[in-house]
Write a new protein. Structure first.
Length: 585
């Protein structure tokens, strides 16, 4: 405890954050969120990347470095390489049951690799190279039957390479170079297929893979028991680690307290209870305020259809059978109201065939509830990545053109003009006829001074952001055009802008396109699962996409121009003589 007082000269603060720590434990967050939060709490320092993680978020999907499945909200990727993370790895990582990619390379992580990682049975990639990880390689990793890449090079790993790793039949990359491993390299299974450059720079490895014969009496298996002296060392460092951890939690608790006070998340019923009023645009809703409020009061967790950086979305069914989507945005600061109401009035006045209609909103003391038309087709992200067989080529083109028209309307026909700022596939909704509707326009600006969203834009949407936007943070129509270009590439390829296959190569979807162009095989970008591809439209569509994602904003076309190009070169009526086979020549 003495150490704490040295680190913290403000005793009041100390008491307060003890309370906060208790509080933050009580927050309802998904189990993945809780696991990540525990992971975060064992990290003692970083370059600040984790400061934006907040335990009161409903799920961790907007946190830096975390990428979720858009439907299940389960964590798929944890990508935190090169962030100066220091500390041991929490075994809680094992609770991320759906984790596919764990990318923690080039940090200052120390301690053992937790054997609980074996519980992440969907893991495909583990990148932990360039840390200070010690102890032995847990043999449990051998049960990760989906593992394709395992890079543990440049750490402080000791002992033998476990035999069990030979069972990793899908392994295509394996690297344990530059460690302190000893003994024979197992010859079982897949480990036979790796060569010298997977193993070099170790203390005493031997085996056919590195052409070193294992002499019978020599180095071989080390005694798996830890000598007492080492045990002492371990327990000493564990104690220091624990103390550091408490200090960190103190610091963090204090931080949270200052930032948030002690709000618990109020429920929807509480929102409405405290004197809510309904604002309806254009007499667009044939219900009385009372009726709407009564309906709102019946909403609960079961009616949630999604959540994102701006808040939670509920499905609201009225007695006459009409259905609406209700987006609940928590209010953080006071004095925000007048500005908010004026902006919403503007958004409510925008009506267009390819935009999601905002019908009205409910003003409550604790939150804003925006009432939109419900779009039964779901969002493009889901359809494209989970049910792609439902989207043939023409359906995809139609969605691209619809989204382009919606966006062009915002840029050129609205007064004041509206920059969307968050164009991505989850913000393109589909109606019952698979027509695109752009959603969430205007919200990014509306919530600009609300820190929580700026960060989620950067975190959740980073594959869509124009380079100059990432540098300056300034949005223009041309940054939207860039995001739209990424969207075209996503629809064409069926791959997310943050797909693991390019992230591993250090490029995003645009970089991947450039690679393909340099090899003159840009047509390979087309999703092989897409039916009814009309090959004569591929080049035209690609050239539009390429100009949209130009790194220079001036070279990007306006959305008006994009619509013109799409309509003249792609949507020309076409006979159905063309089939997939056209692609093959
Ligand atoms: N009008 C609507 N009709 C039907 N479903 C909707 C509607 N609005 C939103 N949704 C669903 O709710 C989900 C969450 O929407 P939300 O806008 O909060 O998050 P997001 O689009 O993933 O991210 P962002 O906060 O950046 O927009 C959407 O993905 C969509 O599936
Ligand atoms: C991993 O699974 C084992 C049971 O197989 C369980 O005992 C352990 O607690 C799990 N670890 C985590 C972190 O969930
Ligand atoms: C393994 O990692 C080292 C760096 O530690 C690198 O030089 C080597 O090329 C890598 N080998 C393979 C097979 O990737
Ligand atoms: Mg959205």
């Amino acid at each position: 405890m003495g150490i704490l007082w040295v680190k913290h000269d403000d005793p009041l603060c100390f008491c307060i954050f003890l309370i906060c720590i208790l509080n933050s434990r009580a927050v309802a967050i998904t189990s993945d969120g809780e696991a990540l939060w525990n992971f975060r709490n064992s990290i003692t320092s970083s370059d600040g990347v984790l400061l934006q993680w907040r335990p009161e978020d409903p799920d961790p999907c907007g946190w830096n470095g975390v990428i979720c499945d858009s439907k299940t909200r389960r964590v798929l990727y944890l990508i935190l390489s090169n962030h100066k993370l220091s500390g041991p790895l929490s075994p809680e990582l094992g609770k991320l049951e759906h984790l596919k990619i764990l990318s923690l390379h080039h940090n200052n992580l120390y301690g053992a690799i937790p054997s609980d990682l074996k519980n992440c049975s969907e893991l495909q990639t583990i990148y932990m190279q360039g840390n200070y990880l010690g102890e032995t390689i847990p043999s449990e990793l051998g049960s990760l039957s989906n593992l394709e890449k395992l890079d543990l090079s440049s750490n402080l790993l000791k002992g033998n390479i476990p035999d069990s790793l030979g069972q990793l039949v899908k392994l295509s990359l394996f690297n344990v170079s530059n460690n302190f491993l000893v003994g024979p390299i197992p010859t079982s299974g897949i480990l036979n297929s790796f060569a010298r450059n997977s193993f070099f720079g170790n203390l005493k490895l031997c085996g056919t893979q590195i052409s070193v014969t294992c002499s019978n009496g020599n180095p071989p298996s080390v005694n798996p028991q830890t000598p007492t002296s080492r045990r002492l060392l371990v327990s000493a460092s564990a104690t220091i680690g624990a103390l550091l951890l408490v200090a960190l939690m103190c610091f963090w608790g204090c931080f949270l307290y200052k930032r948030l006070g002690k709000h618990d998340k109020p429920s929807l019923v509480n929102d409405i209870g405290g004197g809510a009023s309904i604002v309806v645009f254009h007499g667009d809703l044939p219900y009385s305020s009372k009726e709407i409020i009564r309906k709102l009061e019946t909403l609960n967790e079961e009616h949630i259809i999604g959540s994102g950086g701006f808040g939670t979305v509920y499905k609201l069914s009225m007695d006459d059978g009409s259905v609406f989507a209700l987006k609940r945005i928590m209010k953080l600061n006071e004095g925000f109201d007048r500005f908010f109401d004026r902006e919403l009035e503007i958004l409510g006045s925008i009506k267009h065939r390819y935009l999601v209609n905002l019908r009205g909103y409910c003003n409550s003391p604790t939150s804003k509830l925006l009432l939109y038309d419900y779009l039964p087709g779901g969002n493009l992200d889901e359809v494209l990545h989970d049910r792609s067989e439902q989207l043939d080529w023409d359906a995809r083109l139609n969605i691209i053109v619809g989204a382009a028209k919606g966006l062009a309307y915002l840029h050129h026909d609205c007064s004041p003009r509206i920059i969307h700022r968050d164009i991505k596939s989850s913000n393109i909704l589909l109606d019952g006829n698979w027509e695109a509707r752009v959603s969430d326009f205007g919200l990014a600006k509306l919530l600009d001074d609300n820190e929580s969203h700026i960060t989620t834009i950067v975190a959740g949407t980073f594959g869509y952001l124009a380079p100059e936007y990432m540098q300056s943070g300034r949005a223009t129509e041309k940054t939207d055009v860039y995001s739209f270009g990424v969207l075209i590439l996503e629809v064409l390829s069926g791959k997310r802008p943050t797909d693991a296959s390019f992230i591993e190569k250090g490029v995003n979807i645009v970089g991947w396109l450039n690679l393909l162009i340099s090899e003159n095989c840009q047509r390979d970008i087309v999703d092989p699962h897409c039916g009814g591809v009309r090959s004569e439209t591929i080049d035209a569509l690609l050239s539009v996409a390429i100009s949209c994602v130009s790194s220079s904003a001036e070279e990007r076309p306006t959305m008006h121009r994009v619509v013109q190009l799409l309509e003249s070169e792609i949507m020309t009526p076409c006979t159905s003589d063309f089939h997939d086979s056209d692609l093959e020549d």
